[in-house]
Design a protein around this ligand. Sequence first.
Ligand code: TNX
Length: 578
Amino acid sequence: HELVTPQQTYRNNAGADVLPAAALPLVFPTPLALKPGAGRVHLARAPQVISGPGLKYETALARALFARYLPQGDASRTPVPLRLRIGVVDGQRSPEAYELSISADDGISITGNSAAGVARGLQSLHDLLPLPTPGAAQFDLPELSVTDAPRFAYRGFQLDVARNFQPKEVVMKTLDLMATYKLNKLHFHLTDDEGWRLEIGGLPELTSIGAVRGHSALEGVRLPPAYGSGPRIDDPHGSGYYTRADYIEILRYAAARHIEVIPEVEMPGHARAAVKSMEARYRRMTAAGDKDAAQFLLTDFDDRSVYRSPQQYNDHVINAGLESSYAFIDHVVGQIAAMHREAGVPLTTMHVGGDELPLGAWERSPASQALMRREQLASIADLWDYFHDRVDGILRKHGMTASGWEELGARRTAKEDAPLSVNPRFAQRGFSLYVWNNTPGNEDFAYRAANAGYDIVLAPVTNMYLDMATNANPEEPGVNWGGYVELETVYNFQPMSAQLTEAGRKRIRGVEATLFSETVRTTSQLDYLMMPRLLAVAERAWAPDPDWAQAGDALQAAALRRAAWSGFVNVLGQRVLP
Ligand code: TNX
């Protein structure tokens, strides 16, 4: 893999000047155990990296890290050894656990339970390096020893590139940023009503139409203002997609950083770009007299159902009654799985959306009704289960289990905004539910679902949605349908609940920050919403809870960290208002 030196500057100059060094956390996120030593290790040239097997990327990362700080080291000095190896971290089972030791006698060493552990340890070492100062060719590192492991195996960030597009380079910078803060899952929201962002072999319309904002085949809906401005129909940031080669490059870049990419293909709702692209394909092939025109059609043209999504769409749902819908899903899943295999990172799960199917959808579709008669399904709730059974079957055929928004594990009701109740049907099938809805009545849905046997990723809108504005200042970008999400709101999130049973506790896989992109057009807007709140996400996902009983101390810590974090950087660009 091509190695890119971390572009991040860890602290900005202003911050470094105004903050006493002691106010900055030595290693971030807070490690399990850090024992400071008394002395210092002087580096007058880059250390000599000595690596065990299986650490090609980590070796290159270690060299790149120091090359940045010690460009012309003093060649007459003996270099300090930097030993990297895969070994056993006492008492820690996580593959990402590591030990870092810096000692005047033995030099620097990092032992990880796996290459991922070594990589996480290198990021901690990175934290200890000073800001590069022009001309400085030496510095000291503090003696210390760190034993560290993540609290949660799942530490995610969801990036929506469907509403507005972000080029591949921005995704890679985001992966660098995630690696710096030891986040390990990129939930890649690749498709939605407003765009389809991944080239799929055999279905060119998905990108030649579905990735082009304002394409004539996507006309029909003018989005009324909802959730911020919503993407504009003529906005150039709304167009773009990743080719197969781009996507494979992204996957390899992530894999080198021990970040798993979990692609999301939205269904059955949030699917307008796919629905309209497949209609256009059908029309073109029909006009050409092709008898396979309907092979991947997602629309029942006789559907008289009346519905409207929260985003105000009424023509964006994949029809559950058409066999061609399942042919489409199977084809897309197969193509994405093939790209992951080609990148050397076979998929074990895919995120299949599932959120916000509006009430009324499918109800007056002759195709859906015919299927319901055939399969003896009594209600739309049964058809919903049938749809997810079929999708689950397709994923299993491709060697995967399903991930999806919490609706995948909730019983479908005929009432708008009814509180969620757990649908036991899929609980024993290894589904991961991403729980976003903790609005009144649903505050404990995640814990109820965990107790019922679902694997859970906690992504509550009130604490983990980074597309929410930070506060009510009208100049702040972002939306507020889930409230305002301050840095402290993220930091003070308590993932666990007394309501969890012993078995339920084990089902909580971790925490994910979400960035839907209706209002996120430019890279600097993305940067602004992510930072510094992503740091609080990383802290909650990696570090144990602070002592919440000591509320005063916790607040104190939050204030201190806030100061520290605003002195940390600015990773993707300048922290300026868009
Ligand atoms: C609901 S929260 C969504 C997103 C939108 C948001 C605002 C969730 C799982 N789905 O697709 O961005 O509303 O429009």
